[in-house]
Design a protein around this ligand. Structure first.
Ligand SMILES: [Zn+2]
Length: 442
């Protein structure tokens, strides 16, 4: 391994990353992002995606459409209704508000994005209200339920017709894009939306938008994600270890300079009054907020590892006092745990192949065989020792990227709603607990 430029400040590497999305990542943990597309690559966004894309989708029929007001009335007529009575009978008055909202929605052109969205939300609200009624009170749930499903599927398209993508970069735009992506991703994963027909790479567009924000807006955008993780840390619906891990890694925030860009974490090597660490998280994610939060938790875990073990600038995830034999034993143990986890991923029910592949990539990344020691971060004797250990079969990835990727998967499980007692999730919690306990012991 070349031992080049050992004294170069780590910070300089980070600056380079910030200035170029495409530059090969040389920062020690910067390969974490795996932000290359894990779904089939999407065609690039046309610059004025808003109305253009909406009109194209309307024209080619790929856009979701709500049934007409007449079709809705027909779908909600009961056998006990008859003729005009069926449409105007007393029993129908509970769906009058839906009739009205639906007619108003159809009266607005798709080019009028904001009013169209408001009108659609009124339809959704009225349908949701009706569906919440008891079955004896609300006998027309069949038609109303169909309309509600159509309206929910329609919402991302209408939201897109609000030309958020053509607007100037702003914090508000970035936040809208996050909402849009989080609505879109489930539709892509369940097959409702053909992502190739959509011709839209929201993650990429979001990353471009965030990169164009002012420093303060960027911080506010990142804070949104910190707030999401903080909320998860107190969510009683999540496994205890998931909450404990989040509490642990978030506690280091006062020492961290957070940034948006190619993912990575490391020591700033700056003065004692400056943040000790930097953490970067990319916003270019195919699967939206859950994936972004998982990655952020991953990077924050690197810091936690460093605080727990203080084991070189490489942030090794083990006690610095371990003997060579103990290091080898731990490496074998971690690789074995990763193999066990990997073998269970295909059996997770309810997840799309893209989601399973996402986790497979992360856990495989945690045991990739190459020594990823950054020569800049190690002394010459350390390099010699660690390279010798690598030659003897120590998997350094598993000793740096184990806790991080395990914790990342915890967040993905939570974000994707996988049952706590599902076999992969169960093993993941046990493995995460073991690593957590080891970090606590230092
Ligand atoms: Zn990492």
């Amino acid at each position: 391994m070349p031992n080049q430029n050992r004294t170069a400040p780590k910070r300089a590497t980070r600056r380079q990353q910030e200035s170029s999305q495409t530059q090969a990542k040389t920062e020690h943990h910067a390969g974490d992002s795996l932000d290359r597309h894990t779904l089939p690559p999407l065609a690039e966004l046309q610059r004025n995606i808003g109305n253009q894309a909406t009109l194209r989708m309307v024209n080619d029929g790929s856009i979701q459409r709500l049934m007409s007001a007449d079709a809705f009335k027909a779908s909600t007529v009961l056998s006990t209704d008859s003729g005009l009575k069926g449409l105007f009978s007393k029993g129908r008055n509970k769906v009058d508000a839906i009739d009205t909202a639906l007619a108003a929605f159809h009266a607005i052109d798709y080019s009028q994005g904001a009013p169209k969205l408001t009108a659609l939300d009124a339809v959704i609200t009225e349908c949701t209200t009706y569906m919440a009624l008891g079955n004896k009170q609300a006998k027309r749930k069949g038609g109303v339920g169909t309309l509600l499903a159509q309206a929910n599927a329609e919402r991302p398209w209408v939201q897109q017709s609000v030309p958020i993508f053509a607007a100037a970069n702003s914090l508000a735009k970035a936040r809208q894009m996050v909402l849009f992506q989080d609505q879109l991703v489930p539709l892509v994963l369940n097959g409702t939306v053909d992502v190739n027909a959509l011709n839209l790479d929201v993650g990429r567009e979001l990353s471009i938008c965030v990169a164009g924000l002012s420093a303060q807006d960027k911080q506010d955008f990142i804070q949104d994600d910190i707030n999401r993780l903080t909320a998860m840390s107190t969510n009683n619906g999540l496994p205890q270890i998931t909450r404990d891990v989040l509490t642990e890694v978030l506690a280091n925030l006062p020492q961290i300079d957070l940034g948006a860009g190619p993912s990575g974490a490391g020591l700033t090597n700056k003065g004692p009054t400056d943040p000790k660490y930097f953490v970067m998280n990319t916003t270019n994610r195919m699967m939206g907020t859950g994936e972004r939060l998982g990655s952020l938790a991953h990077e924050l875990t690197h810091v936690s590892i460093s605080e727990s073990y203080s084991n070189t600038n490489m942030m090794w995830a083990f006690n610095a006092g371990l003997s060579d034999d103990q290091i080898k034993t731990l490496s074998d143990h971690r690789v074995n745990q990763l193999d066990q986890l990997l073998a269970l991923i295909d059996g997770i029910p309810g997840l799309h192949d893209s989601q399973k592949n996402r986790m497979k990539e992360q856990l495989a990344y945690a045991k990739r065989p190459n020594l990823m020691a950054d020569a800049n971060a190690l002394s010459a004797p350390q390099l010699t020792r660690f390279n010798d250990l690598a030659a003897n079969g120590v998997n350094w990835s598993a000793l740096v990227e184990f806790d991080t990727n395990v914790n990342q998967c915890l967040i993905l499980m939570a974000s994707w709603g996988v049952a706590h007692d599902e076999p992969f999730h169960t093993l993941l919690q046990a493995v995460a607990q073991e690593a957590y306990d080891a970090r606590q012991a230092g």
